[in-house]
Design a protein around this ligand. Structure first.
Ligand SMILES: *Cc1c(COP(=O)(O)O)cnc(C)c1O
Length: 297
């Protein structure tokens, strides 16, 4: 049973001053366009967990996230379509007015439990969410099934065409899936959006099972850290949209595309390269901004 069948994702050539087509070929895999609620990489990371929850006859999925979490939105939507109940442990206190993301997930039936930052950090699950019919999914879908699910992203492209694949890295689960699925000789690059590169590397090395590809986390593109979005980043997003018609999100893909442009400009990604950039979605998170900040929505 799969209630979610998407069209083949669009692969769009990147037309931008940093790309001279006779010199470098750059494609964007538009996972952001797959589905308004289950957009980007999140569906891929969730699918095997949800399948297991159904196989084990579980009734409710329990997971974690922040107020603007793409993971919570995707989980709530997927559970609703699968006929599973869902609950979320949310970092921080319930505000008088919840974020639009939390309002959305509640309207899809997800129960919200707010945890202090300390309890959240320790991933303390309240007892009433540890019933035998509850199924817990790690924050961000991290884990073996998340990696395996993410590796199927490359089923939708001719992966032998590319010398480089680049994605944004939060937990690095998606990056690991791409590393495992990439064709021999390919270089897979991850752009971390949070400062803790060692944590990403440490947790993912256990899951990497493809020694035929090179991979690297490229730091220095965090713009101050997770979810930080200085004005210069917002300006980049507007300019990039005007140049390419590609919308980006403040947490992940704006930092990814900005990094890609710089790596193309300085020839870190050199002449003759054929590059695939994974647009992992997340656009809904831009709703945390005032409405006049971005020239697209
Ligand atoms: C969650 C997310 C990521 C990061 O994925 P990881 O597998 O945690 O590294 C990247 N881009 C977007 C838009 C996301 O929502």
């Amino acid at each position: 049973m799969n209630p979610f069948r998407f069209e083949k994702p669009v692969i769009q050539p990147l037309v931008h001053p940093a790309v001279q087509p006779e010199n470098k070929e750059v494609d964007v895999l538009r996972l952001d366009q797959l589905d308004p609620l289950l957009s980007g990489n999140k569906w891929f990371k969730l699918t095997l967990y949800l399948q297991e929850a159904l196989d084990l006859n579980k009734k409710r999925v329990v997971t974690f996230g922040g107020a603007w979490s793409n993971h919570l939105l995707a989980t709530a939507a997927a559970c609703q379509r699968y006929g599973l109940a869902s609950a979320a442990l949310v970092r921080g206190e319930r505000l008088a007015k919840c974020s639009q993301t939390l309002q959305d997930v509640e309207s899809m039936g997800m129960q919200l439990y707010f945890l202090s930052r300390q309890d959240y950090g320790q991933k303390k699950i309240p007892e009433q969410l540890l019933m035998p019919t509850d199924y817990t999914i790690n924050e961000g879908g991290t884990g073996a099934y998340g990696v395996q699910g993410a590796s199927t992203i490359l089923d939708h492209v001719d992966k032998h065409k590319y010398t480089h694949i680049i994605c944004a890295a939060g937990t690095g689960t998606t990056l690991t899936g791409l590393i495992n699925a990439a064709a021999p000789g390919c270089t897979v690059l991850g752009i971390p959006v949070l400062h803790d590169r060692q944590a990403i590397e440490g947790s993912l090395k256990n899951f990497i099972c493809n020694s035929a590809v090179k991979w690297q986390l490229l730091v220095g593109y965090e713009w101050g850290g997770y979810a930080k979005h200085p004005d210069a980043l917002l300006s980049f997003m507007n300019e990039f949209y005007k140049q390419t018609s590609i919308p980006t999100d403040i947490v992940y893909t704006a930092k990814l595309f900005n990094a890609c442009i710089r790596l193309l400009e300085n020839d870190f990604i050199g002449p003759g390269s054929r590059v695939l950039i994974i647009h992992s979605g997340g656009l809904q998170g831009n709703r945390s901004l005032a409405t006049d900040v971005l020239c697209f929505s």
